[in-house]
Design a protein around this ligand. Structure first.
Ligand code: NAD
Ligand code: UDP
Length: 328
Protein backbone atom coordinates (compact mmCIF):
# COMPACT_ATOMS: atom_id res chain seq x y z
CA UNK A 1 0.00 0.00 0.00
CA UNK A 2 1.44 3.39 -1.04
CA UNK A 3 1.73 5.96 1.72
CA UNK A 4 1.14 9.68 1.18
CA UNK A 5 1.54 12.66 3.51
CA UNK A 6 -0.90 15.52 2.80
CA UNK A 7 -0.21 18.81 4.58
CA UNK A 8 -3.10 21.24 5.00
CA UNK A 9 -5.38 18.18 5.22
CA UNK A 10 -8.01 19.98 7.34
CA UNK A 11 -8.32 22.73 4.73
CA UNK A 12 -10.48 22.96 1.64
CA UNK A 13 -8.23 21.35 -0.99
CA UNK A 14 -6.28 19.15 1.44
CA UNK A 15 -9.46 17.47 2.70
CA UNK A 16 -10.71 16.73 -0.84
CA UNK A 17 -7.28 15.36 -1.75
CA UNK A 18 -7.33 13.17 1.38
CA UNK A 19 -10.69 11.74 0.26
CA UNK A 20 -9.39 11.07 -3.23
CA UNK A 21 -6.21 9.29 -2.15
CA UNK A 22 -8.03 7.16 0.45
CA UNK A 23 -10.46 6.22 -2.34
CA UNK A 24 -7.56 5.29 -4.63
CA UNK A 25 -6.31 2.82 -1.98
CA UNK A 26 -3.49 4.87 -0.45
CA UNK A 27 -2.62 5.09 3.22
CA UNK A 28 -3.06 8.82 3.90
CA UNK A 29 -1.37 10.76 6.69
CA UNK A 30 -3.06 14.15 7.05
CA UNK A 31 -1.17 16.94 8.79
CA UNK A 32 -2.52 20.34 9.84
CA UNK A 33 -2.26 22.92 12.62
CA UNK A 34 -5.82 24.30 12.03
CA UNK A 35 -4.68 27.88 11.54
CA UNK A 36 -7.19 28.30 8.70
CA UNK A 37 -8.54 24.74 8.55
CA UNK A 38 -11.28 22.91 10.41
CA UNK A 39 -11.48 19.38 11.86
CA UNK A 40 -15.03 19.21 10.47
CA UNK A 41 -13.57 18.86 6.94
CA UNK A 42 -11.97 15.50 7.78
CA UNK A 43 -14.17 14.21 10.61
CA UNK A 44 -15.73 11.67 8.22
CA UNK A 45 -12.26 10.09 7.80
CA UNK A 46 -11.63 9.75 11.53
CA UNK A 47 -12.47 6.06 11.79
CA UNK A 48 -11.02 5.08 8.45
CA UNK A 49 -8.07 2.72 9.05
CA UNK A 50 -6.32 4.15 5.99
CA UNK A 51 -6.35 7.70 7.33
CA UNK A 52 -4.19 8.98 10.14
CA UNK A 53 -4.11 12.56 11.38
CA UNK A 54 -1.20 14.45 12.93
CA UNK A 55 -1.76 17.88 14.47
CA UNK A 56 1.50 19.64 13.64
CA UNK A 57 2.83 22.96 12.38
CA UNK A 58 4.96 22.12 9.33
CA UNK A 59 7.27 25.07 9.99
CA UNK A 60 8.60 22.97 12.90
CA UNK A 61 10.72 19.82 12.38
CA UNK A 62 8.55 17.01 10.96
CA UNK A 63 8.93 13.42 12.07
CA UNK A 64 7.15 10.56 10.27
CA UNK A 65 7.72 6.92 11.19
CA UNK A 66 8.39 4.37 8.45
CA UNK A 67 8.28 4.69 4.69
CA UNK A 68 6.67 7.44 2.69
CA UNK A 69 6.06 7.35 -1.06
CA UNK A 70 4.54 10.77 -1.72
CA UNK A 71 4.11 14.19 -0.12
CA UNK A 72 1.50 16.77 -1.16
CA UNK A 73 2.33 20.13 0.42
CA UNK A 74 -0.95 22.06 0.60
CA UNK A 75 -0.54 23.80 3.96
CA UNK A 76 -0.74 27.58 3.54
CA UNK A 77 -3.22 30.35 4.16
CA UNK A 78 -4.85 30.80 0.77
CA UNK A 79 -7.32 33.67 0.91
CA UNK A 80 -6.21 37.29 0.58
CA UNK A 81 -7.78 38.16 3.96
CA UNK A 82 -6.10 35.18 5.67
CA UNK A 83 -2.64 36.01 4.42
CA UNK A 84 -3.07 39.71 5.14
CA UNK A 85 -3.96 38.82 8.74
CA UNK A 86 -1.21 36.22 9.21
CA UNK A 87 1.57 37.42 6.89
CA UNK A 88 4.49 35.95 8.84
CA UNK A 89 2.88 32.51 9.11
CA UNK A 90 2.21 32.68 5.37
CA UNK A 91 5.86 33.39 4.62
CA UNK A 92 7.01 30.72 7.06
CA UNK A 93 4.82 27.90 5.77
CA UNK A 94 5.91 28.59 2.18
CA UNK A 95 9.61 28.82 3.05
CA UNK A 96 10.50 26.97 6.30
CA UNK A 97 7.59 24.54 5.93
CA UNK A 98 8.53 23.71 2.35
CA UNK A 99 12.18 23.29 3.35
CA UNK A 100 11.24 20.84 6.14
CA UNK A 101 9.04 18.84 3.79
CA UNK A 102 11.69 18.71 1.06
CA UNK A 103 14.15 17.43 3.68
CA UNK A 104 11.63 14.79 4.73
CA UNK A 105 11.03 13.82 1.08
CA UNK A 106 14.78 13.46 0.54
CA UNK A 107 15.23 11.30 3.65
CA UNK A 108 12.30 9.05 2.66
CA UNK A 109 13.05 9.09 -1.10
CA UNK A 110 9.49 10.27 -1.58
CA UNK A 111 8.07 12.24 -4.53
CA UNK A 112 6.83 15.67 -3.48
CA UNK A 113 4.22 17.87 -5.15
CA UNK A 114 3.82 21.48 -4.03
CA UNK A 115 0.70 23.62 -4.30
CA UNK A 116 1.77 26.76 -6.11
CA UNK A 117 -0.65 29.33 -7.44
CA UNK A 118 -1.63 31.67 -10.24
CA UNK A 119 -0.48 34.40 -7.81
CA UNK A 120 3.10 33.71 -8.96
CA UNK A 121 2.00 35.62 -12.10
CA UNK A 122 0.98 38.58 -9.90
CA UNK A 123 -1.14 41.14 -11.76
CA UNK A 124 -0.32 39.55 -15.12
CA UNK A 125 0.62 41.52 -18.22
CA UNK A 126 0.22 38.42 -20.39
CA UNK A 127 -3.21 36.96 -21.02
CA UNK A 128 -4.10 34.11 -20.70
CA UNK A 129 -1.23 33.05 -18.45
CA UNK A 130 1.11 30.36 -19.77
CA UNK A 131 3.64 28.57 -17.57
CA UNK A 132 6.58 30.33 -19.23
CA UNK A 133 5.37 33.80 -18.14
CA UNK A 134 7.58 35.12 -15.31
CA UNK A 135 4.89 37.28 -13.72
CA UNK A 136 4.38 40.82 -12.46
CA UNK A 137 4.56 40.76 -8.66
CA UNK A 138 4.94 43.64 -6.21
CA UNK A 139 7.32 42.09 -3.67
CA UNK A 140 6.55 44.64 -0.95
CA UNK A 141 2.79 44.99 -1.48
CA UNK A 142 0.31 43.36 0.93
CA UNK A 143 -0.08 40.31 -1.34
CA UNK A 144 3.71 39.98 -1.63
CA UNK A 145 3.89 37.73 1.46
CA UNK A 146 1.86 35.07 -0.33
CA UNK A 147 3.16 35.59 -3.85
CA UNK A 148 6.81 35.59 -2.83
CA UNK A 149 6.39 32.65 -0.43
CA UNK A 150 4.96 30.69 -3.36
CA UNK A 151 7.70 31.84 -5.74
CA UNK A 152 10.36 30.86 -3.19
CA UNK A 153 8.58 27.54 -2.75
CA UNK A 154 8.90 26.86 -6.47
CA UNK A 155 12.60 27.85 -6.45
CA UNK A 156 13.61 25.69 -3.50
CA UNK A 157 11.63 22.76 -4.93
CA UNK A 158 13.48 23.03 -8.25
CA UNK A 159 16.79 23.33 -6.35
CA UNK A 160 16.09 20.09 -4.46
CA UNK A 161 15.23 18.47 -7.76
CA UNK A 162 18.36 19.69 -9.54
CA UNK A 163 20.84 19.42 -6.67
CA UNK A 164 19.56 16.33 -4.83
CA UNK A 165 17.77 14.58 -7.70
CA UNK A 166 14.52 14.65 -5.70
CA UNK A 167 11.36 13.77 -7.63
CA UNK A 168 9.23 16.91 -7.53
CA UNK A 169 6.05 18.27 -9.12
CA UNK A 170 4.64 21.82 -9.14
CA UNK A 171 0.97 22.63 -9.70
CA UNK A 172 -0.04 26.25 -10.31
CA UNK A 173 -3.60 26.31 -9.04
CA UNK A 174 -6.05 28.91 -10.36
CA UNK A 175 -9.10 29.98 -8.28
CA UNK A 176 -10.78 26.77 -7.16
CA UNK A 177 -14.09 26.45 -5.33
CA UNK A 178 -16.51 23.93 -3.90
CA UNK A 179 -17.91 22.51 -0.66
CA UNK A 180 -15.78 22.96 2.50
CA UNK A 181 -14.54 26.43 1.65
CA UNK A 182 -14.68 28.48 4.84
CA UNK A 183 -17.73 30.73 4.72
CA UNK A 184 -15.87 33.65 6.22
CA UNK A 185 -12.47 33.31 4.55
CA UNK A 186 -13.16 36.41 2.45
CA UNK A 187 -12.76 34.70 -0.92
CA UNK A 188 -15.33 35.87 -3.40
CA UNK A 189 -17.44 32.70 -3.67
CA UNK A 190 -18.07 32.08 0.05
CA UNK A 191 -18.41 35.86 0.49
CA UNK A 192 -21.19 36.18 -2.12
CA UNK A 193 -22.95 32.99 -1.04
CA UNK A 194 -22.90 33.98 2.62
CA UNK A 195 -24.23 37.42 1.74
CA UNK A 196 -27.03 35.97 -0.41
CA UNK A 197 -28.01 33.50 2.33
CA UNK A 198 -28.04 36.17 5.04
CA UNK A 199 -29.99 38.57 2.84
CA UNK A 200 -27.14 41.10 2.64
CA UNK A 201 -26.04 43.08 -0.40
CA UNK A 202 -23.24 41.54 -2.48
CA UNK A 203 -19.96 43.42 -2.11
CA UNK A 204 -18.14 43.87 -5.42
CA UNK A 205 -14.65 45.31 -5.01
CA UNK A 206 -13.66 48.03 -7.48
CA UNK A 207 -15.97 48.40 -10.49
CA UNK A 208 -16.13 44.61 -10.84
CA UNK A 209 -14.43 44.60 -14.26
CA UNK A 210 -11.57 42.44 -12.93
CA UNK A 211 -11.84 38.84 -14.09
CA UNK A 212 -11.33 35.41 -12.58
CA UNK A 213 -11.76 31.87 -13.93
CA UNK A 214 -13.25 29.45 -11.42
CA UNK A 215 -12.43 25.74 -11.31
CA UNK A 216 -14.60 23.19 -9.51
CA UNK A 217 -12.75 21.24 -6.82
CA UNK A 218 -13.25 17.75 -8.35
CA UNK A 219 -11.62 18.92 -11.58
CA UNK A 220 -8.74 20.44 -9.63
CA UNK A 221 -8.21 17.24 -7.64
CA UNK A 222 -8.20 15.17 -10.85
CA UNK A 223 -5.54 17.45 -12.38
CA UNK A 224 -3.35 17.24 -9.25
CA UNK A 225 -3.74 13.46 -9.11
CA UNK A 226 -2.64 13.08 -12.73
CA UNK A 227 0.25 15.50 -12.33
CA UNK A 228 1.59 13.69 -9.26
CA UNK A 229 1.68 10.41 -11.18
CA UNK A 230 3.18 11.99 -14.33
CA UNK A 231 6.90 12.37 -14.97
CA UNK A 232 6.82 16.14 -15.59
CA UNK A 233 8.91 18.30 -13.26
CA UNK A 234 8.21 21.89 -14.29
CA UNK A 235 5.12 23.88 -13.23
CA UNK A 236 1.73 23.03 -14.73
CA UNK A 237 -1.34 25.31 -14.64
CA UNK A 238 -4.52 23.61 -13.40
CA UNK A 239 -7.65 25.72 -13.61
CA UNK A 240 -10.78 26.35 -15.62
CA UNK A 241 -10.22 28.81 -18.49
CA UNK A 242 -13.85 30.01 -18.49
CA UNK A 243 -13.30 33.65 -17.52
CA UNK A 244 -15.89 36.02 -16.05
CA UNK A 245 -15.86 39.54 -14.61
CA UNK A 246 -16.62 39.80 -10.89
CA UNK A 247 -19.61 42.05 -11.60
CA UNK A 248 -21.15 39.50 -14.00
CA UNK A 249 -20.35 36.80 -11.48
CA UNK A 250 -22.23 38.67 -8.74
CA UNK A 251 -25.24 38.81 -11.07
CA UNK A 252 -24.97 35.06 -11.69
CA UNK A 253 -25.00 34.43 -7.94
CA UNK A 254 -28.10 36.57 -7.48
CA UNK A 255 -29.85 34.52 -10.20
CA UNK A 256 -28.64 31.22 -8.76
CA UNK A 257 -29.71 31.98 -5.21
CA UNK A 258 -33.01 33.51 -6.30
CA UNK A 259 -32.51 36.36 -3.87
CA UNK A 260 -33.11 40.02 -4.64
CA UNK A 261 -29.90 41.40 -3.29
CA UNK A 262 -28.36 44.56 -4.65
CA UNK A 263 -24.74 44.84 -5.64
CA UNK A 264 -22.77 47.42 -3.68
CA UNK A 265 -19.31 48.60 -4.61
CA UNK A 266 -16.31 48.77 -2.26
CA UNK A 267 -12.68 49.78 -2.75
CA UNK A 268 -10.53 47.46 -4.81
CA UNK A 269 -7.85 45.84 -2.60
CA UNK A 270 -4.26 46.90 -3.33
CA UNK A 271 -2.63 44.94 -6.21
CA UNK A 272 -5.83 42.98 -6.89
CA UNK A 273 -5.06 41.28 -10.25
CA UNK A 274 -7.20 42.72 -13.08
CA UNK A 275 -7.31 39.62 -15.26
CA UNK A 276 -6.75 35.98 -14.55
CA UNK A 277 -7.22 33.06 -16.90
CA UNK A 278 -5.14 29.90 -17.15
CA UNK A 279 -3.74 28.67 -20.43
CA UNK A 280 -4.15 24.90 -19.93
CA UNK A 281 -2.62 23.73 -23.21
CA UNK A 282 0.21 22.04 -21.31
CA UNK A 283 -2.07 20.16 -18.88
CA UNK A 284 -4.21 18.97 -21.80
CA UNK A 285 -1.21 17.67 -23.74
CA UNK A 286 0.72 16.24 -20.82
CA UNK A 287 -2.02 14.85 -18.59
CA UNK A 288 -4.95 14.51 -21.00
CA UNK A 289 -6.74 16.72 -18.46
CA UNK A 290 -9.35 19.40 -18.85
CA UNK A 291 -12.15 20.58 -16.57
CA UNK A 292 -15.45 18.73 -16.86
CA UNK A 293 -17.72 20.64 -14.46
CA UNK A 294 -19.07 23.93 -15.78
CA UNK A 295 -19.65 26.90 -13.50
CA UNK A 296 -23.45 26.56 -13.38
CA UNK A 297 -23.22 22.95 -12.16
CA UNK A 298 -20.32 23.54 -9.75
CA UNK A 299 -21.98 26.62 -8.22
CA UNK A 300 -25.22 24.72 -7.67
CA UNK A 301 -23.40 22.01 -5.70
CA UNK A 302 -21.46 24.63 -3.75
CA UNK A 303 -24.58 26.65 -2.97
CA UNK A 304 -26.29 23.52 -1.64
CA UNK A 305 -23.34 22.99 0.68
CA UNK A 306 -23.54 26.54 2.07
CA UNK A 307 -27.34 26.36 2.31
CA UNK A 308 -27.02 23.38 4.64
CA UNK A 309 -24.78 25.15 7.14
CA UNK A 310 -26.32 25.78 10.54
CA UNK A 311 -27.70 29.22 11.42
CA UNK A 312 -24.80 29.52 13.82
CA UNK A 313 -22.24 28.94 11.09
CA UNK A 314 -24.03 31.23 8.68
CA UNK A 315 -24.15 34.14 11.10
CA UNK A 316 -20.67 33.61 12.50
CA UNK A 317 -19.49 35.98 9.81
CA UNK A 318 -16.65 37.36 11.92
CA UNK A 319 -13.31 36.44 10.46
CA UNK A 320 -11.37 33.64 12.14
CA UNK A 321 -9.51 34.70 15.28
CA UNK A 322 -5.81 34.07 14.77
CA UNK A 323 -4.67 35.47 18.12
CA UNK A 324 -3.48 32.21 19.61
CA UNK A 325 -1.31 31.51 16.57
CA UNK A 326 0.09 35.02 16.34
CA UNK A 327 1.18 35.09 19.97
CA UNK A 328 2.90 31.72 19.70
P1 NAD B 1 -7.25 26.40 3.29
O1 NAD B 1 -6.94 27.60 4.11
O2 NAD B 1 -8.63 25.85 3.26
O3 NAD B 1 -6.27 25.21 3.67
C1 NAD B 1 -4.96 25.40 4.08
C2 NAD B 1 -4.71 24.45 5.25
O4 NAD B 1 -3.31 24.56 5.64
C3 NAD B 1 -5.53 24.80 6.49
O5 NAD B 1 -6.19 23.65 6.98
C4 NAD B 1 -4.50 25.31 7.49
O6 NAD B 1 -4.85 25.10 8.82
C5 NAD B 1 -3.25 24.55 7.07
N1 NAD B 1 -1.99 25.19 7.46
C6 NAD B 1 -1.58 26.47 7.23
N2 NAD B 1 -0.37 26.69 7.77
C7 NAD B 1 0.02 25.51 8.34
C8 NAD B 1 1.19 25.10 9.03
N3 NAD B 1 2.20 25.93 9.27
N4 NAD B 1 1.26 23.82 9.46
C9 NAD B 1 0.25 22.94 9.24
N5 NAD B 1 -0.88 23.28 8.58
C10 NAD B 1 -0.99 24.55 8.14
O7 NAD B 1 -6.79 26.75 1.77
P2 NAD B 1 -6.98 25.94 0.42
O8 NAD B 1 -7.79 26.75 -0.50
O9 NAD B 1 -7.35 24.55 0.69
O10 NAD B 1 -5.48 25.98 -0.15
C11 NAD B 1 -4.61 24.87 -0.03
C12 NAD B 1 -3.35 25.10 -0.84
O11 NAD B 1 -3.64 25.34 -2.21
C13 NAD B 1 -2.54 26.33 -0.36
O12 NAD B 1 -1.18 26.03 -0.46
C14 NAD B 1 -2.91 27.40 -1.37
O13 NAD B 1 -1.89 28.34 -1.52
C15 NAD B 1 -3.10 26.57 -2.64
N6 NAD B 1 -3.99 27.26 -3.60
C16 NAD B 1 -5.34 27.23 -3.43
C17 NAD B 1 -6.14 27.91 -4.34
C18 NAD B 1 -7.63 27.88 -4.25
O14 NAD B 1 -8.29 28.50 -5.11
N7 NAD B 1 -8.26 27.20 -3.32
C19 NAD B 1 -5.56 28.62 -5.42
C20 NAD B 1 -4.17 28.64 -5.51
C21 NAD B 1 -3.38 27.93 -4.61
N1 UDP C 1 -14.03 40.20 -4.44
C1 UDP C 1 -15.17 40.99 -4.43
N2 UDP C 1 -16.00 40.95 -3.34
C2 UDP C 1 -15.76 40.18 -2.25
C3 UDP C 1 -14.60 39.37 -2.25
C4 UDP C 1 -13.76 39.40 -3.35
O1 UDP C 1 -15.45 41.72 -5.42
O2 UDP C 1 -16.54 40.22 -1.28
C5 UDP C 1 -13.16 40.23 -5.61
C6 UDP C 1 -11.67 40.44 -5.31
O3 UDP C 1 -11.36 41.81 -5.23
C7 UDP C 1 -11.03 39.78 -6.52
C8 UDP C 1 -11.99 38.64 -6.86
O4 UDP C 1 -13.22 38.95 -6.23
O5 UDP C 1 -10.98 40.67 -7.60
C9 UDP C 1 -11.52 37.28 -6.37
O6 UDP C 1 -11.16 37.41 -5.01
P1 UDP C 1 -10.70 36.19 -4.11
O7 UDP C 1 -10.42 36.76 -2.76
O8 UDP C 1 -11.71 35.11 -4.20
O9 UDP C 1 -9.36 35.62 -4.76
P2 UDP C 1 -8.12 36.23 -5.56
O10 UDP C 1 -8.31 35.70 -6.92
O11 UDP C 1 -8.13 37.72 -5.55
O12 UDP C 1 -6.95 35.65 -4.85
Amino acid sequence: MKKILITGAAGFLGSHLSDRFVKEGYKVIGMDNFITGDMKNISHLKNNPNFEFINHDVTEYIKIEGDLDYILHFASPASPIDYLKIPIQTLKVGSLGTHNLLGLAKAKKARMLIASTSEVYGDPLVHPQTEDYYGNVNTIGPRGVYDEAKRFQESITMAYHRFHGLETRIVRIFNTYGPRMRLNDGRVIPAFMGQALRGEDLTVFGDGSQTRSFCYVDDQVEGIYRLLLSDYVEPVNIGNPHEISIKDFAEEIIKLTGTNQKIIYKDLPVNDPMQRQPDITLAKKLLGWEPKVDRAEGMKITYNYFKNLTEDELYKSEHKDFTSYINK
